[in-house]
Design a protein around this ligand. Structure first.
Ligand code: KIV
Ligand code: ZN
Length: 555
């Protein structure tokens, strides 16, 4: 038992914002995205990416459509510096893409970072210092005024020393982060942001980016939204400011915090693919962007090949995307539960290409992220008849009559129970073949032929029953009727045909017919048989033999 009462932890203080607007708003457009995979994400890897891996990852981010990419912390290590230089010198940064570098508020580091950026067409210089009371007290032993001084001095130093770079044609913008913003008193966060803005003197055309990080996520998403709305409504130069979010995921609500803070007025979102980043990670931009997409807002990022993106991500980071990760996880388009499978199967046919997406239990068309429909329904002992029928139809082309679903569902469920694991589509098909199509005992059909006489159909059949050979003839109003009558002359129990269905299997010269026949025996058992043949008549006769063999096996 965890200790109770809980005195070790405290509630997070709410923000006094009685007239908050964000709860009444809806999102109408995508934010500016900035990927921090190559910096915040990379610094959190047990084995950071090599330069080659970073280059491949950078290309991936560009391909997805990121226009702002934080490429590293060039003053922190030679690898980071070299990577930045390679991007610039090898002209790997396409027009329209801005690289961003992170730097602490220190003169030597700013100088080195400016060197790293030489020759870049467009760059964001990201300065940060920690602002929360605990950081000020424990880590820096600095007063509020001293912390403001660190930030403003750095901005002034940058402004002075960036002149040569700008003269050479680099468009340089400033991003400032009061690190640990969400744990900082709002009035102090405002004070330091205003002071930095004073020194930088942004314009409407060249706005300052104020990045307000949830460096560690301590509060609920509504409190985060309040903090952002409070800042958005108190900053004096809102028209010259882009408010940027940088959420981490310690409480598992990084996505929710980001979404609510966008409602609260933020313009920009920093995060990573699949939520890589320190501890529980940065916010997952795949989820945030696809959540927008599924609400009818194009995010301006392209995740139409999510499997390909995941492959590069997993190879470069050596991390695995969890199977339940929204949109990208292995199992997120899979239903195991019977009632879900049934609802998916029933709603799917109503989905028309020109209509809004309405398939039950699947909030996005898997095709929109390059996923296939095939794995949507998977079978274990929790699965139902609808799922089994779906697999047989979608993977193997058997459109079983509705009444047959229950029967095959039970057979497959029992098999899943016995194996105690998930069944593959192949195992389901094999069980179907064994149960219905491959039965030759006690009744085996050796020969079957029909001829028409006036309006009647005469059949001649040769079969083995319990090892004994029989030659039968009879007439009826069709081949099935004639065969039923012929079988009536044997020792087989009496039965009646209840229903019949057939369809073709495959196309062209390879096409065959598959028939399903339901019978009821004199003992009141009703069950199905199935048969396949290139000849449709023979397919139905085989289906009848299959049904009888199953009935005899049961009795
Ligand atoms: O999480 C954080 O606060 C950061 C800053 C450097 C922006 O990564
Ligand atoms: Zn961070």
């Amino acid at each position: 038992m965890q200790p109770a009462p809980v005195t070790k932890y405290r509630p997070f203080p709410p923000v006094a914002l009685p007239h908050r607007q964000w709860p009444g708003r809806t999102l109408s457009h995508a934010p500016i995205w900035c990927s921090v995979d190559l910096r915040d994400g990379n610094q959190a890897l047990a084995q950071p990416m090599s330069v080659e891996e970073k280059l491949e990852y950078f290309d991936l981010l560009v391909k997805i459509g990121f226009k702002e990419i934080e490429v590293g912390f060039p003053s922190a290590s030679q690898i980071e510096f070299d990577f930045c230089r390679r991007l610039i010198e090898e002209k790997r940064i396409p027009a329209g893409v801005t690289i961003q570098i992170l730097c602490q508020c220190r003169e030597d580091l700013i100088t080195r970072s400016l060197e790293a950026l030489r020759g870049a067409k467009s760059a964001i210089f990201h300065l940060y210092n920690s602002t929360s009371p605990k950081q000020r007290e424990y880590v820096f032993n600095a007063s509020r005024a001293e912390v403001v001084g660190i930030a403003t001095h750095a901005v002034a130093f940058l402004k002075k020393h960036m002149a040569p770079l700008v003269a050479e044609g680099t468009q340089l913008r400033l991003e400032y982060s009061p690190e640990s913003f969400t744990s900082t008193e709002l009035d102090f966060a405002l004070e330091i942001c205003e002071a930095v803005t004073d020194v930088w003197a942004p314009t409407v055309a060249n706005k300052i980016i104020l990045n307000l990080p949830a460096t560690v996520e301590y509060a609920m998403p509504n409190v985060h939204a309040d903090q952002i709305e409070w800042m958005a409504t108190h900053l004096t130069r809102r028209d010259r400011t882009l408010i940027s979010l940088h959420t981490h995921n310690d409480r598992g609500t990084g996505v929710a915090a980001t979404e609510l803070a966008l409602l609260a007025g933020a313009d920009r979102v920093e995060g990573t693919l699949f939520g890589n980043g320190e501890r529980t990670g940065n916010v997952d931009l795949v989820t945030v962007s696809q959540n927008l997409y599924t609400h009818g807002i194009h995010p301006g990022l392209d995740f139409s090949d999510i499997n390909g993106i995941r492959e590069v991500y997993e190879r470069c980071t050596k991390l695995e995307v969890p199977v339940r990760s929204p949109y990208a996880g292995e199992l997120v388009f899979t239903a195991f539960s019977g009632s879900h499978q049934d609802a998916i199967k029933k709603s799917w046919p109503h989905q028309k290409p020109d209509r809004p997406w309405d398939v039950l239990y699947i909030p996005i068309d898997p095709a929109d992220v390059g996923r296939s429909y095939k794995a949507i329904i998977r079978i274990n002992s929790q699965s139902g008849k609808g799922g089994v029928a779906y697999v047989l139809e979608n993977t193997f082309g058997f459109t079983l009559p509705k009444l047959m679903h229950k029967e095959i569902g039970k057979i497959i469920n029992d098999l899943a129970d016995t194996t105690g694991r998930e069944l593959t589509a192949e195992e389901i098909n094999a069980a179907f073949q064994r149960e219905y199509l491959e039965r030759t005992a006690p009744l085996a059909l050796e020969h079957f032929k029909t001829s028409e006489h006036d309006s009647a159909v005469k059949c001649e059949a040769r079969l083995t029953l319990h090892g004994e050979s029989h030659k039968l003839t009879a007439a009826g109003n069709g081949p099935i009727d004639a065969f039923v009558r012929a079988l009536g002359t044997t020792s087989l129990p009496k039965f009646e045909v209840l229903s019949y269905a057939e369809h073709s299997l495959g196309k062209g010269a390879e096409a065959r017919a598959v028939s399903y026949i339901q019978i009821t025996t004199d003992r009141g058992t009703s069950l199905f048989g199935a048969g396949i043949d290139t000849n449709i008549e023979l397919a139905s006769i085989k289906a009848l033999v299959s049904a009888l063999n199953r009935a005899l096996a049961k009795h």
